[in-house]
Design a protein around this ligand. Structure first.
Ligand SMILES: *Cc1c(COP(=O)(O)O)cnc(C)c1O
Length: 496
């Protein structure tokens, strides 16, 4: 098998192995690490995937990219990641309501899709550290719009040789998301609210990452930073698995013929989840269109429609908070791809973004984005879709999933495309009880989020997921809120 190496989107060619790339998280020059090629799989090979379970597919896909891991190592990681932590044996069930398929990625320990990759990442990192003979503690610094934080905490809590620090926007997550994080136990974890939004947190974390002086100081004390955000390639690749899985599931159910193309509608913020879908296409998975679905922070859907990325706009707090993002980190990997892997172009565009808050791509690059359809949904449309699908099928979507569903509806009206479509369902409705129940009936808008857990369970005839049972009674462990400017000193304090 071909060896894969990882290099920066901004030109630094270090030819890192997968284990080095996973440990580093981000390239030295501030760019993102990308594989030197995306392995293509033949029709025959794809056909062989049809009988694979989620775990077998995970081994198959991850092995293609993480070529310095041997099969036994990867298999051990996968077995430890996808166990009883998931409430469903098949990990990512595909549910059908009417003509639409819902790929439920929220049956893991924190009830959001980020569990799929973040249950695996700690094991990948530990294995990578062993391979690299690393005798340092890995410090995971994470900015979160709500779901990454908890999933990283859950994944890394009490993992030897690691420390985890999570920054979340104090005013920008649901009450249940917040409670999940501030009650996190573990000797090696720290959670901090910040007075700022996700973009502020993400920018500051990147700055701390790239602070040479701090890096040097930590180095002396045997620490190194890494990232659990989707800028880490160790998060991106494991996310490809469920796109393959759902395709194979559609084949097994005879919903599609082998080779038939399908659509995915993906609720998008940092462009990580949907980039995994794009990489899957490049690997040979038959995909017709990828519906990139934004909430009212629609910087991505505007970009896909105009070729202009313009972050100079008001940051809005919506009912799909995990997508409240104006600077989509992973888009850089896509830009790199459509520029013909031209690091010079990427660097120019990213400089424009830094300096002017916007950039514009060439017509040629724009012509290479056609697989994407960009759309957005307002909070009102998101609520209407939740109610519509519930009234019709008694199926309850969360707010993020509903953004994707709403964009899919607009897409249908516009294109009349009858391609089979999978809505990527990224969170459990139980994480956003007030917004979801409020969409069904105004009267719930005033009820406490935690009380609504029970109400939702009865209304939708759903079992309360284990991870949030008794959540409200758990002890609050992390109650610090800091100013943006204090983040670095908080990091130092934590590592003292
Ligand atoms: C993080 C998140 C998203 C957005 O995913 P990206 O990879 O950042 O595009 C969508 N929905 C939920 C529930 C999330 O937690």
């Amino acid at each position: 098998m071909e060896e894969i190496y990882y290099n920066s989107t901004r030109g630094l060619n270090e030819n890192l192995t997968a284990s080095e790339a996973i440990l580093k998280g981000i390239a030295e020059d501030g760019g993102l690490l990308v594989p030197n090629c995306i392995p293509f799989i033949s029709k025959e090979e794809l056909k062989n995937c049809e009988q694979m379970t989620f775990k077998q597919l995970s081994l198959y896909i991850n092995k293609k990219f993480f070529t310095d891991f041997d099969e036994k190592e990867l298999k051990e990681c996968i077995d430890m990641a996808y166990d009883h932590k998931f409430e469903k044996d098949i990990i990512t069930p595909l549910n059908k309501e009417g003509d639409v398929f819902y790929l439920e990625l929220f049956h893991g320990p924190t009830l959001a899709f980020k569990d799929i990759a973040l249950c695996l990442l700690p094991y990948l990192m530990k294995t990578a550290a062993k391979k690299q003979n690393l005798h340092k503690d890995i410090v995971i610094l994470t900015a979160t719009s709500g779901d990454t934080g908890k999933a990283a905490l859950e994944g890394f809590s009490d993992v030897d040789g690691t420390k985890v620090m999570v920054f979340f926007p104090e005013e920008g997550v649901s009450n249940i998301q917040k409670k999940q994080m501030i009650t996190q136990v573990g000797k090696n974890v720290k959670v901090l609210g910040i007075k700022g939004n996700f973009d502020d947190a993400q920018r500051e974390v990147k700055k701390i990452f790239n602070d040479a002086e701090l890096k040097e100081e930590l180095n002396k004390r045997s620490y190194m930073f890494s990232s659990a955000n989707s800028i880490n390639i160790g998060r991106l690749i494991p996310q490809m698995v469920y796109y393959f899985y759902s395709y194979m599931e559609l084949l097994r159910r005879k919903e599609i013929e082998f080779g038939e193309k399908i659509n995915f509608a993906v609720p998008t913020g940092n462009f990580g989840d949907i980039l995994a879908a794009y990489y899957s296409t490049k690997m040979g998975l038959p995909i017709n269109r990828l519906l990139c679905s934004s909430n009212e922070n629609k910087v991505l859907s505007d970009f896909l429609n105009s070729g202009i990325y313009d972050a100079r706009r008001e940051f809005l707090v919506t009912i799909s908070p995990s997508m409240d993002i104006l600077i989509s980190s992973n888009l850089e990997r896509f830009i790199y791809d459509i520029s013909g892997r031209n690091a010079f172009t990427v660097k120019e565009l990213m400089n424009d973004l830094n300096e002017f808050g916007r950039y514009k791509i060439s017509e040629h690059m724009k012509s290479r984005m056609n697989i994407f359809y960009g759309g957005f949904a307002t909070d009102e449309e998101t609520r209407q879709s939740i109610k519509e699908v519930f009234d019709k099928y008694r199926y309850l979507m969360d707010t993020h999933t509903s953004v994707a569903y709403s964009v899919y509806k607009k897409y249908l009206l516009e294109t009349h495309d009858n391609t089979k479509t999978v809505i990527v369902s990224t969170a459990s409705p139980f994480k956003f009880t007030r917004s979801v129940m409020g969409a069904l009936d105004d009267k719930y808008n005033k009820v406490d989020d935690f009380e609504l857990i029970e109400v939702m369970s009865k209304a939708a005839d759903l079992k309360i997921p284990k991870p949030i049972e008794k959540l409200n009674k758990r002890e609050i462990i992390h109650n610090t809120v800091c100013e943006m400017g204090q983040m670095e000193s908080e990091v130092r304090k934590f590592l003292k």
